[in-house]
Structure formats: C-alpha cells, structure tokens
Write a protein that binds this ligand. Structure first.
Ligand code: 2AM
Length: 181
C-alpha cells in the first residue's frame, strides 16, 4: 500500500486546472482532473494494525477540525524542486491557520500511530503535471503567465486516506477511509 491523507478540490476547479494549457513538452505528463488533490501527509506502506490506528486518528482529527476555519483558495503556480530540474508542476494554495492546525493534527495522528515524524515544512499544492524528462524551455514563461492564477475560495469538507495504486495506465487513488470535517 502507498497511503496518503488528502483532500479533493471542488470538481469545477479541478476541471478548470486540468484545462490550463501546459508548457509544450514531450516529457509533460498531465494529471487528470479526477485525480487532482492536495496531500496533507504522505504515509507510505503500513502494517494492518497501524492502518487501524490511522483510521481511528482520522476520526478524531475530523471532530477537532469542525471548529477550525478550513477555507482555502488556489493561488499561483510553481515547480518542485526548481526551475532547471523541474519534476512537478503545481498550483499553490493560500491557506489559513485552521488548515495548518488540521494538517498538524493529521501529522500528530501519524506519529501517535508509530510513524516517524515528517519534515518540518508542508507545501500545500495540487500537482498539475509531472515531467518525465528535461523540463521545457518555455517553463519560465509559463510560470510568469500563470503567476496570478487565483480561484474562488472553498471550504474543505472531507479528508480521505487514499491508497495510490500504480498500473501501466498510471496511478489511481482508492479511498481507504474518509471523514467529514
Ligand atoms: P505530489 O502531488 O507532490 O506528487 C500520491 O503519490 C500523493 O502522495 C501525491 O500527491 C504525491 O505528491 C504524494 N507523495 C508521493 N510520494 C511522496 C513522498 N515521498 N513524500 C511526500 N509526498 C509524497
């Protein structure tokens, strides 16, 4: 299993992101609207007992998150790890303290289940495309063009623990557990 906690985008926003014209390149691999999401915490493979504890933790986090401000909005674009060696093209998220608290609570639930602590920095983003080879020379101009990308705010209403299943057709994401927040 390749587990991760995430929330989905409103379908209309995911479709609008999927319709952005990507920088032209033979190596660009777009993400379909149906698979766009924001990872809150990558988990990876776990034992069945740890999975049970993570699912319990998700329920506790959801109850706690009900009191938080969970509004977010798509804001800007960028690349990981950097322009010259770009592997991932993403849309950023403007977030409020409430989401930082929600992500922190998920991190705490992961550590309580026995997982090692994640790195200190969380970069909320929606992966729009991946580059399987050298990034296109037009990438810098593309980033400038969409620097002011902004969508209407929305409220996260559900957090899901997904299993990423890889096949020759690419990854697909199977919900293992989810909770309304
Ligand atoms: P990405 O969107 O930046 O590619 C399923 O693979 C999800 O988990 C994706 O959203 C991916 O992030 C994220 N992910 C995969 N491997 C990861 C890792 N080693 N560390 C953090 N996140 C990871």
């Amino acid at each position: 299993m390749r587990l991760f906690f995430a929330f989905d985008l409103p379908s209309n926003q995911a479709h609008r992101l999927a319709e952005l014209t990507l920088p032209p390149s033979a190596s660009v691999r777009p993400v379909a609207a149906e698979r766009m999401h924001v990872t809150l915490r990558f988990v990876g493979d776990v034992t069945p007992e740890r999975l049970d504890r993570l699912v319990d933790g998700l329920g506790r986090v959801a109850r706690l998150a009900a009191a938080e401000d969970r509004r977010v909005r798509i804001d800007g674009v960028g690349v990981f790890p950097g322009l010259r060696r770009a592997r991932v093209l993403w849309a950023g998220l403007r977030i409020r303290e409430g989401l930082v608290a929600l992500q922190g609570a998920i991190e705490s639930a992961c550590v309580a289940s026995g997982l090692p602590a994640d790195g200190p920095e969380w970069h909320p983003h929606v992966t729009l495309a991946r580059f399987s080879g050298a990034p296109p020379p037009e990438l810098g101009a593309w980033l400038d063009r969409y620097a002011d990308l902004e969508m209407e705010p929305f409220e996260i209403d559900r957090v899901t623990l997904y299993d990423s299943v890889t096949s020759t057709a690419g990854p697909s994401y199977r919900p293992v557990a989810s909770a309304n927040v």
